[in-house]
Design a protein around this ligand. Structure first.
Ligand code: NAP
Length: 342
C-alpha cells in the first residue's frame, strides 16, 4: 500500500527526511502521554480525538512506541488512523528495542526481539509498513552491529521505510551506520534541554540526517500552564522529574514568565508559541515532537506561522534562560535500566 502525504493545512513547509522520499510537518505529535503509563492514565476517546485534531490541523507525523502504555499507545494510534482513511495522510514513526516485564521496561535490542516487535507493532498500528522505525535506546548487552543488521533486514523486505535511532551518541550512530543507514536521530531537545547542541545536532547537520526533538514542551513546562501549586496524579513521571521539584521548579517557572513576556512584547504570542516556533527557526531537517493529549491543547498550532525568531532574538532568549536558571538539570532521570532489577 502506498501512503501519499496530502498537503497539510499547517501553513508551514514540510521537512525532508534526507535520503528518503519522506517529508513531515516540522511539528509532529508524540503519543507517550496518550498511552497513559507514566502520565497518570489515559482516556481513549479523548486520545483519538486528539490524534484526529492533529491530522486535521496539518500534522503529518505521529511518533509512538511499543513501550508507551505497553502497546496501548500504538493501539490507539492505529485505531485513530484507521478512521476516515487518515493513515494515508501521515507518517507513523514507532520504535523498537525496549522490552518489559510486569510493567517494568528494560533494554532489549537483540535480533530476536526486533523480529517479534515489528510484527506486534504492525498489528497494533493496523498498517503494513512503518514509515520511520527507530531503535529506542542503545542496548549495551547487544552489539550495535546486530541491532543495525536486523533493522536493515526489515527495510530490505519492505516492512519499514526509513531508519532512526534514539538516545544514541554520535559514536553509537557511527557504529550503526557502518551496517545500516540512519535517516533520523531522535533526542531530548527543547529550550531547557540543550545538551545535543554540543554533539548530536552538529553530527546530524554535517551528515544530512533529520533530527527529531522529543519533549518539545519539556513535559508540559513550556506550555506556560504550570504554577508552583501544580500537582501531578498517579504514576505521572513529573512527580520525580527534578525540574518540577524545589528549588529548581521556581527557577524554571521564572524563566517561563520572562519568556512569555518576551513573546508577547515581540510577537504578540505566548510562551508555548515561542517554544514551538523555536524549533522551526533553529535547524533545517528538525521535527519537534509535541506530546499534546487533548484536542484543545493543539490550538496553539494556529499561532505558529507568519513570524519567525531571528538570530538576535535567539541570543536574547538564551540570556533570559541563563539569568533565570542557575541550577539547570537534564532529562537523565528518564533513562530505562539496561536489564530488569533482580
Ligand atoms: P511534551 O510536549 O514536552 O510534554 C507533554 C505534556 O505537555 C502533555 O502530557 C501535557 O501534559 C502537556 N501539554 C502539551 N500541550 C499542552 C498545552 N497546549 N497546554 C498545556 N499543557 C500541554 O512532550 P513529551 O510527551 O515529553 O515528548 C513528546 C514525545 O516525544 C513523546 O510523546 C514521545 O513520542 C517522544 N519521546 C521520546 C522519548 C525517547 O526516548 N525517544 C522520550 C520522551 C518522549 P498535561 O496536560 O498532563 O499537563
Amino acid at each position: 500500500m502506498a501512503h501519499q502525504i496530502e498537503t497539510p493545512q499547517m501553513n508551514m513547509e514540510l521537512v525532508d527526511i534526507p535520503g528518503t522520499s519522506l517529508k513531515a510537518s516540522p511539528i509532529a505529535l508524540g503519543t507517550w502521554a496518550i498511552g497513559g503509563w507514566m502520565w497518570g492514565g489515559t482516556d481513549e476517546a479523548e486520545a483519538i480525538r486528539t490524534i484526529h485534531e492533529a491530522v486535521d490541523r496539518g500534522i503529518t507525523l505521529i511518533d509512538t512506541a511499543p513501550v508507551y502504555g505497553f502497546g496501548r499507545s500504538e493501539q490507539i494510534v492505529g485505531k485513530a488512523l484507521a478512521e476516515g482513511a487518515r493513515r494515508k495522510r501521515v507518517l507513523i514513526a514507532t520504535k523498537v528495542g525496549l522490552d518489559w516485564k510486569d510493567g517494568q521496561p528494560f533494554r532489549n535490542a537483540g535480533s530476536a526481539r526486533i523480529h517479534k516487535e515489528i510484527e506486534d507493532s504492525l498489528r497494533r498500528l493496523r498498517t503494513d509498513v512503518i514509515d520511520l522505525y527507530q531503535v529506542h535506546w542503545p542496548d549495551p548487552k547487544v552489539p550495535i552491529e546486530e541491532t543495525a543488521a536486523a533493522i536493515a533486514g526489515l527495510q530490505r523486505v519492505g516492512k519499514i521505510r526509513a531508519i532512526g535511532v534514539s538516545n544514541f551518541s554520535p559514536a553509537q550512530i557511527e557504529a550503526f551506520r557502518k551496517v545500516a543507514p540512519v535517516h533520523a536521530v531522535q533526542s531530548p531537545y527543547n529550550l531547557f534541554e540543550r545538551a545535543i547542541e554540543d554533539d548530536v545536532l552538529p553530527y546530524c547537520r554535517d551528515r544530512n540526517i533529520a533530527a527529531l526533538a522529543y519533549g518539545a514542551l519539556c513535559r508540559g513546562l513550556l506550555s506556560g500552564r504550570m504554577t508552583e501549586q501544580t500537582r501531578f496524579a498517579g504514576d505521572d513521571l513529573r512527580k520525580r522529574d527534578p525540574k518540577f521539584q524545589a528549588p529548581r521548579f521556581a527557577q524554571y517557572l521564572r524563566a517561563i514568565e520572562r519568556l512569555d513576556r518576551f513573546a508577547q512584547a515581540n510577537y504578540g504570542r505566548r510562551v508555548i508559541h515561542l517554544a514551538l516556533r523555536w524549533f522551526i527557526d533553529r535547524q533545517d531537517s528538525m521535527i519537534a515532537l509535541w506530546g499534546a493529549r487533548r484536542p484543545d491543547q493543539l490550538a496553539p498550532i494556529a499561532g505558529l506561522s507568519g513570524w519567525h525568531i531571528d538570530s538576535s532574538a535567539m541570543v536574547e532568549i538564551d540570556r533570559i534562560l541563563s539569568e533565570s536558571i542557575v541550577d539547570a538539570v537534564g532529562p537523565e532521570f528518564m533513562a530505562p535500566p539496561d536489564q530488569l532489577a533482580a
